[in-house]
Design a protein around this ligand. Sequence first.
Ligand code: NAP
Length: 537
Amino acid sequence: MSAFDAVTSGDVVTVDVLVVGAGVTGIHQLYRAREAGFSTLALEAGDGVGGVWYWNRYPGARLDSESYTYGYLFSKELFEGWEWTERFAGQPENERYFNYVVDALDLRRHIRFGARVTSAVFEEGTATWLVRASDGTVVRARFLVAATGVLSVPAFPGVPGRESFRGIAHHTGLWPDEPVDFTGKRVAVIGTGASGVQVIPVIADEVESLTVYQRTPNWCTPLSNEPISAEQYAQLRADFEQMREILNASVSGFLHQRDTRKAFEDGKQQRWARYEKMWTSPGFSKVISNYADTMTDSAANEDWCRFMAEKIRGIVTDPETAEKLIPRDHGWAAKRPPFTTDYFEAYNNPKVSLVDLSETPILRVTETGIDTADGPREFDIIVWASGFDFGTGALTRMGIRGRGGLALEDYWAGGPRTFAGTMCREFPNFFFPGGPHGAAGNNPRYAEDQVNFVADALEYMRERGHTVMEVPADLEQKWNQMVEELAVHSSFGEASYFYGTNIAGKPRSFLLNPGGRPKLREAMSEVLDSKYARFLS
Ligand code: NAP
């Protein structure tokens, strides 16, 4: 047995560091822990690695952060050993990438698959966590790191009869391994967020009919994906260090550069020419590199929205459908904008029709289909593209119990309370990199900061012989205050799921880090500089 392997005694596995989740963040945390010489184990509910890229294997699932900025950048060797084929890689390629990383770093032997954590209890006497999983695994760990992700608990609309449907039904976030055959099938897609609008154009040609159930339209714009040529790849490799520097300095973890020009400094003709460029520019550049005031000045925002509405009217040939696809209730980036490939074009396919749920709400799902206020429709397949319990969904369902048996879901009853989206008071030696309050952009870049913070902290404790780490109350409060104060300056409105609005009974609180990467790094550096003052006992 190697020094890094977990020790099994009786039925209990004892490790220094238990990581929950083998997705983007968990893989990195597992690596850092193993490299530091801690005994470590990861429990993963799925049968493979990749997290969201394991579960969201629906047709059309694809990145909208540039692939090479989304992957791991801590190792140049790892970067050079992989070649992304597209600027925005699809799910199969992403899943292959995470498998490549796990094998290149020899991490698979530390991961137990098919093990969903059902309870995690902090025992004050030994200052350890006793963790149980669905496969019967019991682990005693000094440190518990829940890398369970922000988009890992699928949400279904509370419409009656969902379970009674006798056809095939899948949520995009729980898509099966074996391909779903849409050929000649009558298909319903419910939801037009980033997932729904990716599925729709990809299956539109295969189906007999595709009915899209839309409650609220989103501001969709072209993703502008393209293959990465050999020359571009050579350049990316040559620019690796520089790219890492730019990403590290970026507020949101993207390469896109900000512009200082304001919208109305230009006349309409110039603005429209600029918007035309924006429309076809890749992914999040439309958010970051647009006019500087697009998201802060309502007139500038409306101007860009007018341009996009014209685009939609220009693409969708049926004027009535086009009008239904134009958002009226929110401006640009008040909700997370989806980036799409041929989405609006799909509505010109005679097989595709749109049901506007604001006019005819879903009444029930039946054995054979869906009833709305304008009558029943029969389907062979229903695709639930209805979103997730964002941010806190997984963490509050794992049976996590801190000091005195305090339940995490109770501690967070009014919304998450965190320090740097990484740890919270009353739950010592517990970390949740990649969790709520942590990110507001290209997630892996933020999670990387958090993973490093956690790994450094654990090493420091080991060196100095400390056994318990817990965030001081005032620092947790300070982070929450920052979140609250800056949330109002974020473009996201309260109708966005970033406030938990899509989940019945969930407290309304901002679940992102509105201070961006600079605030995250600043808060963490302060703790490091203070040598974890007041964090340790
Ligand atoms: P989402 O953005 O929350 O969209 C859920 C959709 O379901 C919305 O259209 C929503 O309508 C609809 N819906 C929810 N409850 C409903 C009900 N009771 N009746 C009718 N419709 C209902 O979820 P998502 O599309 O899965 O995307 C979630 C996040 O995952 C994205 O924002 C993104 O961060 C990530 N994602 C990323 C990519 C990518 O490009 N890389 C792709 C997919 C997902 P309302 O808007 O009216 O609530």
